[in-house]
Design a protein around this ligand. Structure first.
Ligand code: ZN
Length: 153
């Protein structure tokens, strides 16, 4: 399957994942991509996936085969390997935004609220979760850097 991230409707790809891929979904949000995941039952998921314009991510190979397009079957268990698999299958680029863009909990955009002490702080426009650059994001940065090095990026 081909994924053309350069064409018009894929310049800002969005993702819709099944409930098995919650952690991958959070990583994609931190990378700035819109990523939702659904915990609906199978019969409803297929309908929702069929209607979605987003790239579908699932650990269910058979579900992928039932969808006409834009479905990525993710075989790996841990999130780093899942990110590598997704990159191999779609050619997606991973680049951490200079400032955080999306809430990793709910996918809504963040708004900068100012500086507290020596930290810049952002807050989720939907759920109110505060964000700043801490050790958590540095671990994720390291994972992304390792993956990009593997691909010579
Ligand atoms: Zn939120």
């Amino acid at each position: 399957m081909e994924f053309d991230f350069q064409s018009n409707d894929m310049t800002e790809p969005c993702f819709l994942a099944d409930a098995m891929l919650g952690k991958l979904t959070r990583y994609l949000r931190i990378l700035g991509y819109s990523a939702e995941y659904t915990q609906e039952e199978d019969s409803k998921i297929v309908q929702r996936f069929k209607k979605s314009r987003c790239i579908i991510l699932t650990r269910d190979k058979f579900l992928c085969q039932r969808l006409p397009r834009n479905c990525v079957y993710v075989n790996s268990i841990d999130v780093k390997n899942q990110l590598i698999e997704l990159k191999l299958k779609t050619g997606i680029r991973y680049e951490l935004p200079i400032t955080p863009k999306r809430c990793s909990l709910c996918n809504a955009p963040l708004r900068r609220i100012g500086v507290m002490g020596d930290r810049e702080v952002w807050v989720c426009t939907k759920c109110g979760q505060p964000y700043w650059r801490g050790s958590h994001i540095r671990r994720i940065e390291n994972v992304i850097r390792e993956i990009n090095m593997m691909f010579g990026e």
